[in-house]
Ligand binder design. Structure first.
Ligand SMILES: Cc1ncc(COP(=O)(O)O)c(C=O)c1O
Length: 364
């Protein structure tokens, strides 16, 4: 099957770019002695998790128990659920997963730890715990300092659990500009303080897991950090480009769409809107476009309805005829992947792989 035979909208993965992205990060992690535990919420495909493992990933990361169930197919040695798991139904499912591979959970409350402990103890299993601290995103995580040390100490005493280490997510560093570099320096200082706190408390910390795609290649500058969990890096997207963490040539995913109307003149309609791309705007303030049109960078994808993409063509030198097909690099690839039933791995204009996005919609 060739590109021209695919119907639209279709999510395309340039396999050469993807392989290069995977290899580059695997090499970086190896060179700096960092464990790589890729977040699979970006691709949601067990075959790609397998590929990450074969390149040396020490384990994989998921956000949801449903994703963990799907990712068992990749036979990971170690599966991190980077999200607290609460309630008997989810915990029962998690224990079934833990019966098949080593499971670690990141959490930030004693309640979550106690529930996990009871479930693990009841099932005769041992679950690893990463105690989560807030590194500045103000989303999850206890405050570093006494609160963090106290929670780690309590986790270490609970039956069925083993304190595997600490985790954080530096999602507040979106752009490595002057402000981003200042935030990175502040994070380095924070990590040094956390290290001192645990040394003083005499609590050994094996894993310190952090690392996002935008901060990826700065990871070796952060003390204490010995595991990275990037997800987006496998494909990259416009946000990664805006972050200064890659170039447009490193974006492996584009969405093939068809021009369905040019009746309005100033803007043409493409057959992909928020149900194809997601509504995520660019993470960089001031940039309000919904995606980058590869064949016409001077056309602006300015607005979406559910099934209509509005492309302002007033400044574009390209003529858009009804039936034309163009590719669009999405702003945020993880949410775009979640919207597609199947995706196409492309090489040299040919479809080499068709993958079902097996963990799409696994919200529970
Ligand atoms: C907890 C956690 N870890 C890792 C990641 C991966 O980061 P990125 O998407 O920048 O690769 C995310 C992304 O949202 C996350 O929420």
């Amino acid at each position: 099957v060739t590109l021209s035979e695919l119907d639209t909208p279709a999510l395309l993965i340039d396999l050469d770019i993807m392989e290069r992205n995977l290899g580059r990060v695997a090499d970086y992690a190896r060179a700096h002695n960092l464990r790589l535990r890729p977040h699979t919420k970006t691709h949601k495909i067990p075959a790609l998790a397998r590929r990450q493992r074969s390149l040396g990933a020490a384990g994989i990361t998921v956000a949801k128990v449903g994703e963990a169930e799907v990712m068992l197919a990749a036979e990971p040695d170690d599966l991190l659920v980077a999200y607290p798991v609460l309630g008997p139904r989810k915990l029962a499912r998690l224990m079934a997963v833990a019966g098949r591979t080593q499971v670690t959970v990141a959490l930030d409350s004693l309640i979550a730890a106690q529930q996990l402990s009871a479930a693990a103890h009841g099932a005769g299993l041992t679950i690893g715990v990463l105690v989560e601290f807030d590194a500045g995103l103000d989303r999850m995580g206890v405050r570093p300092g006494e609160e963090l040390v106290a929670l780690a100490r309590e986790v270490a005493q609970l039956p069925g659990l083993t304190l595997a280490g600490l985790s954080f997510y530096p999602g507040h560093i979106k752009h490595l500009d002057e402000d981003g570099l200042r935030r990175l320096d502040a994070l380095a200082a924070l990590l040094a303080a956390v290290e001192a706190d645990f040394a003083r408390a005499g609590i050994p910390i094996r894993i310190v897991s952090g690392g996002s795609t935008p901060t990826l290649f700065q990871s070796h500058r952060l003390p204490l950090l010995n595991e990275i969990r990037p997800g987006t890096y496998i494909f990259n997207d416009r946000n990664t480009v805006a972050a200064g963490a890659c170039t447009p040539a490193d974006c492996a995913v584009s969405i093939l769409v068809t021009v369905v109307s040019n009746a309005r003149g100033a803007s043409v309609m493409i057959d992909g809107g928020s149900k194809t791309f997601s509504s995520d705007r660019s993470a960089v303030a001031g940039d309000v476009t919904c995606g980058h049109i590869v064949e016409a960078p001077d056309a602006r994808f300015v607005k979406m309805n559910e099934e209509h993409g509005f492309v302002d063509v007033r400044d574009s030198s390209r003529h858009f005829a009804v039936g034309d097909r163009v590719r669009v690099i999405p702003n945020h690839v993880c949410v775009a992947m979640n919207l597609h039933e199947q995706v196409y791995g492309m090489r040299g204009g040919e479809v080499e792989q068709v993958w079902r996005v097996e963990a799409r919609g696994k919200l529970q």
